[in-house]
Design a binder for this molecule. Structure first.
Ligand code: ATP
Ligand code: MG
Length: 517
């Protein structure tokens, strides 16, 4: 093969280098960058220790092999043709490689390859200097992903908010019409259909809100084992063809979370798992306490700390790599038209993010899929809690209804009147405070919209509470910004009600607050 003597300027013949050559050779040997020298045909003649450690090949195994040994297949023949042509024309080539290590795994490098000329001016060798950028590339990808998700999250939140207001208008009017005493049977049936469609719409906005940034409403100490068990019972009853295997960690740490949203996460993951196993299979659930230390911490993804982890594994159809990259994108679905919205995992992702957790997926086609979900652990301990109680209908009490949407004021007034309340209204924050101040002796409670321009619900709450520290306030919104609702609830606001609501849920919520001691 390479019979001819080399004329490269770095002497590797072992004939005893001069002082300058020895210094050069030492420098190359100690460089942090991987350095590879090939002959004109691409046969490797030298690699330095940095290359050995990055690529995992000992020098003895790679000398005299062709450089294409490192080819991962990710670049394609045209890429290499172009590179070789540039080099053989005597030009320096700069570019990005995805290479294959000895163990088959991939690494990415920024490479500069320079032709080396012999004394006669002909190219004899190529020197390639490569920096391992695998980690940087991965970080960039994560940053891009995080930014993308944040942008779509903001969009989703806005859409959900506007839709919930619209649905509130429809729901309110329908629920008022249904409760008319002289309604005819066919009309009732139509209205009930509309109510059903509104509920479908609510399901959609609920998923969207889950995905939206900051939509974390009511935070409670939560036992994940219990939550997973409750949901599993529901699902296992209805899916006898699947065997459920539960492996709960003893003394699992608690998490501080919105219980409704956690249920939404588990429900979506179970639904997907079951859809991946139409005939039979095993759904395995596992929980564990996990501490992520500095070494495993990844910026943009996960902070060091204590986490509660649960894993949901199915033995279903699995996913190829391309699908796996897109599953968290809103509206990405592989299901038939009309069978899936593609919002399930998007909302899972949003909810997990809003709780400062993170989620990982691993899957292979035909083998099954596994989702790992991490929520930050808390030191607090879950105390058993339960309070319930249905309530009688309204008495003559007065409510101040505050909302910047005319439609909500309109339908809200009619709903509250129907429930038997006296209604005062305010169309913005300033008006709300003024009306409250002027009528504080009459007003029994305030139904307060959270998101309003200029003076928002939070500020109105603080101001009217300064007027009357015992004031009862129900916060209401189709949306939430960065746990703002939670914040206001923590400051002593009595309850939160999500738009759209119907007569019954509004009535129940009001009674619960008014009948509180
Ligand atoms: N456990 C799983 N096994 C195989 N594929 C899955 C699994 N979970 C999700 N996927 C894939 O990810 C896609 C997106 O899932 P996602 O839950 O976001 O939407 P969907 O299930 O298609 O619709 P929806 O949840 O609104 O009913 C699915 O269409 C499916 O291709
Ligand atoms: Mg789904």
């Amino acid at each position: 093969m390479a019979e001819e003597p080399n004329h490269n300027s770095i002497d590797f013949s072992g004939a005893g280098p001069t002082g300058e050559q020895a210094r050069l050779a030492t420098a190359v040997e100690n460089a942090a960058e991987a350095i590879i020298i090939t002959d004109f045909d691409g046969i490797i003649q030298y690699v330095n220790p940095a290359f050995e450690s990055i690529a995992g090949y000992p020098r003895s195994e790679i000398i005299d092999r062709h450089i294409s040994l490192l080819d991962s297949g990710k670049q394609g023949p045209a890429f290499f043709q172009d590179m070789w042509q540039t080099l053989r024309e005597g030009e320096v080539w700069k570019g990005h490689f995805v290479n294959k290590k000895k163990d088959g795994s991939l690494y990415e490098t920024e490479a500069t390859i320079s032709p080396v000329r012999g004394q006669d001016g002909a190219i004899t060798n190529f020197v390639s200097v490569q920096r391992d950028v695998t980690h940087e590339v991965e970080l960039q990808k994560q940053l891009r992903q995080a930014q993308k998700m944040e942008a779509i999250g903001t969009l989703a939140g806005g859409i959900a908010h506007d839709f919930n207001n619209l649905l509130m208008g429809i729901q309110g009017n329908v629920s008022l019409s249904i409760s008319e005493p002289d309604i005819t049977a066919p009309l009732l049936e139509n209205l009930q259909k509309i109510e059903q469609y509104v509920q479908d719409g609510v399901k959609l906005t609920k998923q969207l809100l889950g995905f939206a940034r900051g939509g974390k409403y009511e935070v409670h100490l939560t036992d994940l084992n219990q939550l997973l068990e409750d949901q599993s019972l529901l699902f296992s009853r209805a899916n006898k063809h699947i065997s459920f295997e539960m492996n709960y960690a003893a003394s699992l740490w608690s998490v501080e979370a919105d219980k409704g949203q956690l249920e939404q996460v588990i429900l979506n993951l179970y639904m997907n798992a079951l859809q991946a196993m139409p005939r039979e299979g095993t759904l395995t659930v596992r929980t564990a306490n996990v501490t992520i230390d500095k070494d495993r911490f990844q910026p943009y993804r996960v902070k060091a700390g204590r986490y509660v982890k649960f894993t949901i594994t199915d033995t279903g159809i699995g996913m190829d790599e391309k699908t796996q990259h897109r599953i968290f994108d809103p509206f990405f679905t592989t299901r038939e038209k009309g069978r899936g919205t593609g919002l399930g995992l998007a909302s899972v992702y949003g909810i997990v993010k809003n709780h400062d957790g993170y989620i990982d997926v691993s899957s292979s086609e035909g083998q099954g899929t596994s989702f790992e979900v991490y929520f930050p652990a808390t030191d607090k301990v879950v105390a058993p809690q339960d309070k319930s109680g249905e309530s009688p209908a309204g008495a003559v009490e007065t409510v101040l209804l505050v909302d910047d949407e005319e439609m909500i004021i309109d339908v809200g007034t009619r709903m509250l009147t129907r429930l038997g309340y006296e209604v005062l209204t305010a169309a913005n924050g300033v008006e709300a405070v003024e009306t409250y101040r002027a009528n504080q002796d009459r007003i029994d409670f305030v139904l307060l919209d959270m998101v309003m321009p200029k003076v928002g619900g939070g500020e109105v709450f603080d101001r009217i509470r300064a007027i009357n520290p015992a004031v009862k306030v129900i916060l209401c919104s189709g949306y939430s910004i960065d746990g703002q609702a939670t914040d206001i609830l923590k400051r002593g606001c009595n309850a939160f009600i999500q738009k759209p609501f119907n007569l019954k849920s509004l009535s129940n919520q009001i009674r619960a607050v008014l009948d509180e001691p």
